[in-house]
Ligand binder design. Sequence first.
Ligand code: F6R
Ligand code: MG
Ligand code: MG
Length: 410
Amino acid sequence: MPRISPHVRAYIGHYYIVERSKGESITVGDSTMAEKVTISVIKADVGSVCGHTRPHPSMIEKCKETLADAAKQGIIEDYYVTRVGDDINLFMSHYKGENNEQVHKLGWDCFTEATKLAKQMKLYGAGQDILTDAFSGNIKGAGPGSAEMSFEERPAEPIIFFMADKTEPSAYSLPLTRIFLDPFTTTGLVIDAKAKQGFDVEIHDVMDHKKVVMSSPEETLSILSLLGDTSRYAIKRITSRAGIGPAAVVSTDKLNMTAGKYVGKDDPVCICRAQSGLPSVGEYLQVFMNTMLVAGWMRGSHYGAFYPCSPDYSTPTYFDGPPRVCALGFQLCNGKFQGLEPYGTVGDHQPVDFFAGDEWNYVRDRAVKASKFMRSMGPFMPAVLGPEEMEYTSRPAVLKDLTKRLEDLE
Ligand code: F6R
Ligand code: MG
Ligand code: MG
């Protein structure tokens, strides 16, 4: 058995894994395996300047300070702090695996500190996603959303982070099914031998609190028969069937029914690995050139069209929207994020901002047009969501007032 150093990280069977250069291969028993890196995104809305719009820069700074400190202590390898609309997003990389208490606690610390500032400045919605008084080991159930994936870092590992505001996790179901299941969208499914082996799709049923893993291409039509109902089903995770590991993971923490009420509007993130047997970066992005209606928007109760943009332009304006989606790209480099910043930088990254360019004006214009059309329907369906999905409703009170006046039909 190897000598147990103070840097022991994990114990597998009767062998210990000892610390070494991050991402290097390690020997466990007789076989050699690469250490898995984990990418964690923890996000929350803890307050905005002037309505549900954007966090104050000091809140973002506070999160950066907290994560910089954690990187110095070796809790995480690297981090990047950004925002979409009113949500602060913490991207973190580490070797501690998914659901790690220390990593989740970091997310909690960032958001409780940012909340303190938001309260001091009397910002709007200060602390709104902090739902518990104290951290109890995992961020799930505490209010913030999270998405995590662990995998062996490939020789070159492109990662895209999608972040959306004013919508719900199932907003990614349509783009992800087109990307991973539709050969007329992703030519790679036809002409890349590894992608052609297909993907396993983990689907969550919000109402019955169940999950199922289905395989494409064989079960594509059955998968679509579920996912088409975005009020009930959402994609949690997609995994390569060619042995590459996880391809995409969506934050779905709030997808559930609480006391008979659907609690699903949690501006979602989606982490995606790209290229070499997975959809290419361009295949991921292509689908967002289509106009797609998603649930959420004003008061979490309307359909509006996805508006791809840079985080810099993600502040909701028109009717608290339209729902934004951003895409930021990095390479992973031995467990650290590599963007356009100098090599060796920790934290202060410059990701590739995929939706910043003018070519996306095409779909942005159409998104505004489609959203404006939906607005022409006012408070009538399908401009507003079905009653079980509305985040706001006055109907129970109206019906209560009418109790005495309601008569049976003859
Ligand atoms: C939607 C959202 C906003 C608010 C709306 C009303 O997710 O955050 O559209 O729902 O601005 O907010 P309140 O009820 O705080 O006045
Ligand atoms: Mg919000
Ligand atoms: Mg938001």
